[in-house]
Design a protein around this ligand. Structure first.
Ligand SMILES: *Cc1c(COP(=O)(O)O)cnc(C)c1O
Length: 401
């Protein structure tokens, strides 16, 4: 790569950073970002190799450590988030695991939001305790609960807001303030909100993680993840962990994700508009007892979501009066919308969390989380919302009859 970084401007707005941030052109001056499918790199001399390994000469040495295409993705996302540094991973779960394990040790304590993506819940409640790491779970809106949990010395707070699949919202400013007093670092899984709609670092979070599989790719092509934080956290704590454990993102997948970032804002505008319209539509349908959409209505939680997020996101959840049988009937009667546990895709996807993403969790704990047998989650895509309404309307009518 010959480019010296002339494409990066602090004064660009987020939209321009998404198109041009991190771009480094080779000597061929290609328009699009190049894909460097190379595991290793060569040196002019033994002296150069020695200097590279001593860290005196900053350059690419091995793609488990860094790769030019992966760097372009990391730098573009870093600029959008306004973070000190960013490192990409092979999946969202690799990002979650690394962000936690790189800073935890035996005897430490983690406080987490109760409603979590299934695998995040598994790491915190099953894997971490095996290494002598204690945990406590708190309901998203339980302000006293957060205060009690964080009145004890704590090392890491891990939370999702909005949470999967109930879309509960955590007050980031409140929890980050308590965490600071407790001496804890706050890790936010910002997948549901996306880097466009919510910026946790501005509310006091220390680390933000993404599953880039979701909205960042957004077209069902690739797994990927990222961890963002301060320069010192990444250089001193995260980077050594990632380098030596190896959950590296493939350069080809990094290229898909860097191109995904270019259209992220545009896709989210349409997906959020569709989700808002679909939430309103669902609230009027017979058999639907409750609609969950973070910014909808006048509850305290909806007001908080409107302060904390630019828009409510692309996920809508709703409850059906007839439980699991009712939910299955509706899912099976759909024509346009696909049954899939993935989310953030251009295609609208629907899932029944109690029997899929959260089926591993015991029924009583699921009930505590608000994941009833009648709960259905929709990841709203880019189709014409009128076709989505017609599809859901038909399916709900069929299921009722
Ligand atoms: C999908 C998801 C993850 C895990 O990401 P993968 O890319 O599937 O590993 C973590 N957290 C949330 C909220 C997710 O939706």
């Amino acid at each position: 790569m010959t480019d010296d970084g002339a494409h990066d401007h602090d004064d660009w707005t987020a939209q321009t950073k998404l198109i041009r941030g991190g771009l480094r052109r080779s000597q061929f001056q290609e328009t699009a970002e190049a894909i460097y499918m190379s595991s290793g790199y060569v040196y002019e001399s033994a002296e150069e190799a020695e200097a590279a390994f001593k860290g005196e000469h900053k350059r690419y040495v091995y793609s488990r450590y860094a790769n030019p295409t992966v760097s372009m993705f990391e730098e573009r996302l870093r600029q959008l988030e306004g973070a000190g540094a960013c490192m990409a991973t092979s999946s969202g779960m690799a990002a979650v695991f690394a962000a936690l394990m790189c800073q935890l040790k035996q005897g430490d304590r983690v406080v987490a939001s109760r409603v979590l993506f299934g695998s995040c819940q598994y790491i915190i409640t099953t894997i971490l305790p095996r290494f002598g790491i204690d945990y406590e779970l708190v309901d998203a809106d339980d302000r006293d609960g957060w205060e009690r949990a964080l009145s004890k010395p704590t090392n890491v707070v891990f939370l999702e807001t909005p949470g999967n699949p109930t879309l509960d919202v955590v007050d980031l400013a409140h929890v980050c303030g308590l965490a600071r007093e407790a001496g804890a670092s706050v890790v936010v899984d910002n997948v549901f909100a996306t880097p466009v709609l919510q910026r946790p670092l501005e509310w006091g979070a220390d680390v933000v993680i993404y599953s880039a599989t979701k909205h960042i790719d957004g077209q069902g092509r690739s797994l990927g993840g990222a961890v963002l934080g301060s320069e010192s956290f990444v250089a001193d704590t995260l980077q050594p962990f990632l380098r030596h454990t190896g959950p590296s993102l493939s350069p080809f997948n990094a290229w898909l994700l860097v191109k995904g970032l270019e259209t992220l804002t545009l896709r989210l505008e349409r997906m959020c508009a569709n989700a808002e319209a679909l939430a309103d539509f669902l609230a009027e349908q017979p058999g639907v007892t409750r609609v969950r959409y973070p910014t909808r209505g006048e509850s305290e939680s909806a007001q908080l979501a409107r302060r904390q997020m630019d828009r409510g996101g692309t996920l809508v959840a709703f409850e059906l009066a007839g439980g699991k049988a009712h939910a299955f009937k509706v899912l099976n009667a759909l024509d346009v919308i696909d049954i899939s546990n993935n989310l953030g895709d251009s295609k609208t996807l629907i899932t029944h969390p109690a029997t899929t993403t959260h089926q591993r969790i015991p029924a009583d704990e699921r009930a505590d989380m608000g994941i009833t047998d009648g709960l259905v989650r929709v990841s709203v895509g880019l189709e014409d919302v009128e076709d989505l309404k017609a599809d859901l309307g038909r399916a709900l009518e069929n299921a009722a009859g």
